[in-house]
Design a protein around this ligand. Structure first.
Ligand code: PFF
Length: 486
C-alpha cells in the first residue's frame, strides 16, 4: 500500500526534536515533578519515576512516533490508516480518540497553572513578591487564587495565546521560538542550581531527591510515578503521535526519542536540584502541594544578586515552556477537524477554544467561587489531573503497545523503527511483555485486586514477564496459524 504523502513536514531535522521537546518539557518538569516528589517522599518516588520512563515511557514514545509517521495524520486518522494497511479492526481508532480527549482535558487545567507562571513573571516586576518569608509568599499565592478575575484573566490569556498559535499552524512558530527557548531554560535552571549549591542546604535537597528509602515505596506512589511518566513525556494524549506524523521518513525515531527523553529527564532533575535546597534552607515543607515553586523560588530570587532580572527571566521561560506544551495538546484536535472535516485551522482552533474555555472555567473557579464544590471528594481541577494522569494516559499506553506489539504485522513497525535486529527484539520484548504487564500490575494494585505489593515482590513480576515472554513467543506463531486457517 502506498504511503500517505505528508501535508506538513517539519522545516528542518531539528523541527520534530524541538517540538517534541517543547511538548515534553513544561510545567510537568518544573511545577509538577518537584511537588509530587515532595508529596510522595523524595528519592523512592524519583527512582520509580525513572524506572517507569525507561521501561514504559521510551517504548511507548517510539511506538507513538512510528504510528504517527506511518499513518500521517491526527491520532484517530493515523491509527485508522495503519490498521487499515494491516487489514485490522477500525475500532482501534478509539485509542486515538481517547488520547485526543486526554490531551484536551489536560489543557483545561494546564492553562490555570500556565496562568500562574505568566502572572508570576508580572508579579516579579511589579514588586508584589517582595515578601520576605515563605508564609508571606504563601499568602500572595492564595490571594491570587482567591480572586477569580485575576486567576481567570491570566488563564484565559494563556488559552487565547495557545489557540492563536495553533490556529496559525504550529511548525513555523514552534520551530523558531523553541530554538532559543530550550537552551535559555537550561541556562536558567543551571544558574538556579548554582545558587542552590551556595544556599547551605544543597546536601539536604540532594539527599531528599536521591536518597532511596524503601519504606516510601507504595502502590499509590507507583501509580503516581507511572502517571507522571506519561504526563511528562506527553504520551497517550495525542501530542507526540501528531507531531510524529510530520517527521521526515529518514529521521531516526529511536535516536530522536532518546534525545527527547534525556532532555526531559535532565530538566526535571535540575528543577528538583534547584528547588529542594531552597525549600530546606527556608524551613519550608517539601509537601506544600501545587504552590510549591511559587512559594519558594521568589524567596531565592530576592536573596540573589540581580534577582529581579533573574526571576522575571525564569518565570518568562517557564511560561514559554508551558505554552509550547499547551500548543501540543490541542494540535491533535485541530489537525483532526482540519483533515477530516475540512474546517480551516483557525476555525478549528476557535471551536476548540469555546469548549476549552467552558471546561477550564470550572478548573479556574475550583480555587475560589467553587472551592467548596468537590463532587466525589475532588474539585474539577484535581479531577481533570487525576483522571488523565492516573487512568486515561496509562490505559491509552497499554492499548498503544498492544496495537503495535500484537495487532500490527511486524513488518510495519520494523520498517518504521528501522532498528538493527537486536534493538528491534528489545523493543518488541518491551511492548509485548514488559510495558503492558507493568502497567496492568500498577492498575490492579491501585484497584486493590492484586493481593501483594508489586514493588516488594518485583522478582515475582520479573519472573512472570520472563515466563510470559518465552511462552508467548513459542505459542504465538501457532495461534496466528490457527486463526489464519479458520
Ligand atoms: N509534557 C508536558 C509537561 O511536562 O508539562 C505536559 C503535556 C503536554 C501533557 C502535552 C500532555 C500533552 F499532550
Amino acid at each position: 500500500m502506498p504511503r500517505e504523502t505528508p501535508k506538513n513536514l517539519w522545516r528542518s531535522r531539528w523541527g520534530f526534536l524541538l517540538a517534541a521537546t517543547g511538548s515534553a518539557v513544561g510545567l510537568g518538569n518544573i511545577w509538577k515533578f518537584p511537588y509530587i516528589t515532595g508529596e510522595y517522599g523524595g528519592g523512592a518516588f524519583v527512582l520509580m519515576y525513572l524506572a517507569c520512563i525507561l521501561a514504559i515511557g521510551i517504548p511507548v514514545m517510539m511506538t507513538e512516533i512510528a504510528i504517527g509517521r506511518r499513518g500521517r495524520g491526527s491520532p484517530i486518522d493515523a491509527i485508522g490508516r495503519v490498521v487499515r494497511e494491516n487489514g485490522g479492526n477500525p475500532l482501534w481508532r478509539a485509542v486515538g480518540g481517547m488520547a485526543m480527549l486526554a490531551g484536551f482535558m489536560i489543557l483545561c487545567f494546564y492553562v490555570v497553572v500556565a496562568g500562574w507562571a505568566f502572572a508570576y513573571t508580572w508579579k516579579m516586576l511589579d514588586g508584589s513578591l517582595a515578601a520576605s518569608s515563605v508564609e508571606a509568599l504563601g499568602g500572595v499565592f492564595e490571594a491570587h487564587n482567591a480572586n477569580p478575575w485575576q486567576l481567570g484573566g491570566w488563564s484565559v490569556l494563556v488559552a487565547l495565546l495557545t489557540l492563536c498559535i495553533v490556529g496559525k499552524g504550529v511548525q513555523a512558530g514552534v520551530e523558531r521560538s523553541l530554538r532559543w527557548m530550550m537552551p535559555g531554560l537550561a541556562v536558567m535552571l543551571l544558574a538556579l542550581v548554582g545558587y542552590a549549591f551556595t544556599s547551605g542546604s544543597f546536601k539536604a535537597g540532594f539527599d531528599f531527591l536521591f536518597h532511596f528509602d524503601a519504606s516510601k515505596i507504595t502502590g499509590e506512589a507507583l501509580l503516581a510515578a507511572l502517571g507522571h511518566a506519561f504526563f511528562t513525556l506527553s504520551l497517550a494524549s495525542g501530542a507526540i503521535l501528531t507531531y510524529g506524523s510530520y517527521i521526515p521518513d529518514d529521521q531516526s525515531i529511536t535516536r530522536t526519542t532518546f534525545m527527547v527523553v534525556l532532555c526531559d529527564t535532565c530538566v526535571a532533575l535540575l528543577a528538583g536540584l534547584a528547588i529542594f535546597p531552597i525549600i530546606f534552607a527556608n524551613g519550608m515543607s517539601p509537601s506544600a502541594g501545587p504552590g510549591l515553586i511559587f512559594m519558594s523560588l521568589p524567596l531565592a530570587f530576592q536573596q540573589m544578586p540581580f534577582g529581579t532580572v533573574f526571576g522575571v527571566l525564569f518565570f518568562a521561560m517557564v511560561s514559554v515552556a508551558a505554552l509550547s506544551s499547551a500548543i501540543s495538546m490541542v494540535e491533535a484536535s485541530v489537525a483532526y477537524l482540519n483533515e477530516k472535516h475540512g474546517i480551516s485551522r483557525l476555525k478549528a482552533a476557535a471551536a476548540s477554544g469555546v469548549v476549552l474555555l467552558l471546561i477550564s472555567l470550572l478548573a479556574m473557579l475550583s480555587f475560589n467561587l467553587l472551592a467548596g464544590w468537590t463532587p466525589l471528594g475532588k474539585n474539577v481541577f484535581d479531577w481533570l489531573d487525576f483522571l488523565t494522569s492516573r487512568w486515561m494516559m496509562p490505559l491509552g499506553g497499554i492499548f498503544m503497545v498492544l496495537l503495535a506489539g500484537y495487532a500490527l504485522r511486524s513488518e510495519i513497525m520494523r520498517d518504521e523503527l528501522g532498528l538493527p535486529p537486536l534493538g528491534y527484539a528489545l523493543w518488541l520484548f518491551m511492548v509485548r511483555y514488559v510495558s503492558p504487564v507493568l502497567i496492568l500490575m500498577v492498575f490492579l494494585h491501585a484497584l486493590g485486586w492484586l493481593g501483594f505489593d508489586p514493588v516488594q515482590r518485583w522478582y515475582w513480576i520479573a519472573g512472570a514477564i520472563g515466563a510470559l515472554a518465552v511462552l508467548g513467543e513459542v505459542l504465538r506463531p501457532r495461534i496466528v496459524q490457527v486463526l489464519a486457517e479458520r
